[in-house]
Ligand binder design. Structure first.
Ligand code: SAH
Length: 240
């Protein structure tokens, strides 16, 4: 894949210095797209001074209210976390991530999502992601500074991408579906599971979470999403 198709997404960041330091780390590694989701600090003097000249990245940043908006156009979304979660998410280490990205094609769009300094990412935010990446650390002290975590992953990706040509894109139907397309499928699926009585909206349990994990793990193509949506529509038509 191409480095220009990678975006770094920082969610709910509270320290402007971390945003500036992240911009510097990204620019060092030729990754230019920075998206801030609901930032909790002004992007002013402190951020620009920590960016140490990577000003263009801060000038060109995108800002969104919600993570789903920020990643809607991406077809591969990676969460980062220092912690292991109870509902296990498919995990990669930084090198595994870099290998995975180098096998993706020139049109694939990837988001690397970083959480809040104090609390990381929420479970709802994790639900949007295909994979989780953890940087191996001292098990007793596993949380890196936010910009340092961004540096480590951008370095691993840069090191591998710089030496490899981008893989040619497949036919449009065989491309991975975007996060926005997959989210619309999940909405449709939930509607049908509720209207057929398979899932009780008052007591949904973990069914949707588990189904999301299953589908996100399989990295659906547009064609596959169309088949699944077609099946749901046929069920709805029969019921009506
Ligand atoms: N106490 C928080 C730590 C947040 S650190 C928690 O328990 O999640 C802020 C962000 O830096 C994290 O959300 C993650 O995006 C990144 N980060 C920190 N340490 C990391 C690690 N070891 N591996 C991957 N990402 C890490």
């Amino acid at each position: 894949m191409k480095l220009e198709n990678i975006k770094i997404v920082m969610v709910g960041t509270t320290h402007p210095g971390n945003i500036g330091a992240a911009a510097r780390a990204m620019h060092n590694m030729c990754i230019a797209n920075l998206t801030l989701v609901d930032p909790q600090c002004p992007i002013g003097e402190i951020a620009y001074s920590r960016a140490s000249g990577a000003n263009a990245l801060l000038d060109n940043r995108q800002t969104c209210d919600q993570l789903a908006q920020a990643v809607a156009d991406c077809n591969y979304v990676i969460a980062t976390s220092a912690r292991h979660r109870s509902l296990a998410w498919p995990e990669l280490d930084p090198e595994g991530l870099a290998v995975k990205l180098s096998s993706m094609d020139e049109n694939d769009r990837v988001a690397l999502v970083f959480g809040r300094e104090h609390s990381g990412l929420t479970n709802d935010e994790l639900q949007l992601c295909n994979h989780m990446v953890s940087i191996p650390t001292n098990p007793e002290f596993s949380s890196l500074n936010l910009a340092s975590a961004i540096q480590v992953l951008c370095y691993e990706i840069y090191r591998r991408q710089a030496s490899q040509p981008a893989v040619k894109a497949p036919e449009p139907q065989d491309m991975r579906a975007s996060s926005g397309e997959v989210e619309r499928y999940f909405e449709h699926l939930q509607q049908v599971l509720e209207s057929t009585g398979f899932m009780d909206p008052k007591q949904p349990g973990l069914i949707m979470q588990r189904l999301r994990r299953l589908y996100l793990r399989s990295e659906l193509t547009r064609n596959e999403i169309n088949i699944l949506r077609g099946m749901l529509s046929a069920i709805e038509k029969r019921r009506n």
